[in-house]
Design a protein around this ligand. Sequence first.
Ligand code: HEC
Length: 242
Amino acid sequence: MTIEKITRALCVPLALAALVLPAPARGAEADVKLERVEIDLADLPSLQSGARTYVNLCLGCHAAGLVRYNTLLQLGLTEQQVKDNLMFTTDKIGDYMRTAMQPADAREWFGVAPPDLSVAARSRGADWLYTYLRGFYRDPATLTGWNNTVFPNVGMPNVMWHLQGERIRKEEPVMRDGKEVGDGHGGVLKKVSFETVRPGTQTQDEFERTVRDLVNFMVWMGEPVQLKRKQLGLSCSSRSAS
Ligand code: HEC
């Protein structure tokens, strides 16, 4: 897959294609308060919506290589629905959810290969994912033009910017009695805020729901019971058409 195809598929401006990125200097984990997300693995419409977002906006870069497409049948979808709407990287429903991107290309474009996200919800936690995916803001100083509140200098662009809109980070000195307040380390205490400078196609509430559904799906796919199908070799090979 070429980066043009990926960026087009993602509605990321083609300007991104011009970015041939050296390894980014990625900062230490930021000390940011995580926002809580409500997880409900019995909410099938939410899981279906999350699966759609994942295959449309994430799978282009991130495999979910421990999960088979036929596992998605457990979300209350028919085989035809999975094939028509969710399967882009293979035509065999027993196959794993691989990405079409070559790791070498990814390293060249982003400086780092996007990791497999099969168990990201278990390693990072749902609240971290929820805060991270909503935490992008514009930053002309980074290689992608984006930065992130919980993952400073992350190599990933904001792939949901068309939904979320564009935000910038603002820092203002905290004032008390008309004077700047010190931060205790010789500097000035700053209040950080974010301002939306270009709206996305979704309202803030809609975007929160989109991300919540996506994280719900990522928690679901990382559940041992979903992954077990791999260890036990429980493919639906009898059903897999090719
Ligand atoms: C254009 C390619 C691309 C797309 C599309 C993309 N990502 Fe990423 N993502 C990356 C790269 C590159 C990194 C590695 C960033 C780093 O380590 O600096 C990353 C990192 C991440 C991480 C952090 C992994 C970790 O634990 O360190 C998560 C979580 C993540 N992406 C989730 C998503 C989700 C969810 C989507 C879909 C909404 C998505 N990504 C779409 C490129 C992409």
